[in-house]
Each structure stands twice: as structure tokens, then as C-alpha cells.
Design a protein around this ligand. Sequence first.
Ligand SMILES: [Zn+2]
Length: 256
Amino acid sequence: MHGDHIYGLPGLLASIGLAGSSSGIELYGPAPLKNFIDSCLYNSSSRLAYSLKFHKVENAAMNKQILFEDSGLEVKTAPLKHRIPSFAYRVNQKTRPGRFNLEKAKLKKIPPGPIYGALQRGEEVRLEDGRSFSGREFCGPPRPGVSMVYCTDTLYTESAIELSRDADLLIHESTYSQKENEMAYERGHSTATMAAKVAAKANVNKLILTHLSPRYTPANETSPNDLLNEAKAIFPNTQLAKDFLQIDVKKRCNSS
Ligand SMILES: [Zn+2]
């Protein structure tokens, strides 16, 4: 619930309302989030043109229940260690059907249309000309989904390791350098070393460091690159986050 994580949210919700593109939004977060958003909207006389529904995450985090699930994704959450209640989130993509071999279907002169969809789902189809095919002939092996964990504000904690176990990508806060280890404990934040230890112990594929203290500018005695190197000494496959960074989340087997 600290400002650096939620102050942008009322503006985003208002912009979505102005764009007129939403039929409703469901927000998942700590219990006080509802009060914060409601009072922001009320005190700025803002009315959203769509419905807003809040889901508290505390119960799912404490009882290790699934927080959200649909046909493609599953989201889990865990409590972190900060001065106020704080949570980590894990998004697991579900296994997807194998890739459909369109060329093969065309070569067999199967007419395009809903039949392709049925073949893609692995079903048996019978054509008008009497030939029948199994979808399995046209699909590659099922593709395992990727998984991503985001640890927001936290000191080094076992629950982050547990939630991050074997994840393809871990995004972990890294507020301080190892030199500020004491300050990290005082303020309930992680050093780059702590983030890297979580990544190594959880056996994740890749670590991204974010939430660096603004004190680390490239011109200062300690720079973001120093934090990166501290982490890399423990967990080599580490990268620094930056605004608008995009990365492909890959399974370990086909990553470079
Ligand atoms: Zn923060």
C-alpha cells in the first residue's frame, strides 16, 4: 500500500474510463486498497463509467489458495516481510496445445474453416469427401506455460523463495546495495544480494532487479551497475529493470 506502488492507479483507472474501453475491472490487492481508491475518486469528484470490483488478497496469501484462475492463467500470492503488509504474486500460464501445422493441413487439401479449429483442439474430423483425420497428426507437442513472480516491497524472506520455486522469471525489489545492509533491515527492503539469494535458492531461470533507491545514479559513488554486479556474483542471469523494458519470458530449456 505504499505510495510508490499505488499512486499511479487512480490516474490509470480514470484514463481507462475516459477511453471508454472497459466494461468492468476487478482489482486484486491488500484490504486498504478499496478505501484508498474510493476516497481518491470521491475527493476528486471522479466517477468511473465502468464497474470496479475489489478482491482482498490476504486470505489467499495466508492459506496458500489460488487467487485467480481462468482458462489460460493461474495466480498465486504470498505474504512478504515489510513494515506494512505486502504481497508477492506468481502468474502461472497453463499448458497450451501444441502448434497447429497449417502447411500440413493445406498439403492434405483439407478445406480451411471450422475444421482447422477442431483439428487444433486435437479432435477427430470427417470431411465431406469421406476422408477422416485426427488432430494429433497436425499438432506439435503440448507447450508448457511460463511462470513469473513479482516480489514488491520486502526484506529477504523464505515465503518469497517458496512462491518463486522454479519460476521462469523473478522480478524482485532491490532497493539497496550491500553497503546499506543495515538500512535495508531498518526499512524492510532488500539489497541486491538478498534478491539474488532468493533467485538462487528458488532456482528461477532469470532475475530482474527493480525498485532501486534513487540514490544510485550512474554519477554517484555506487551506481545501478554496482547493484547489478553484486547480484550477478550470486545469480549470474540477472538484469536491471528500466522503464518500458520488455522481455520474452522463456522456459529454461530454450533460453540462451
Ligand atoms: Zn516500494
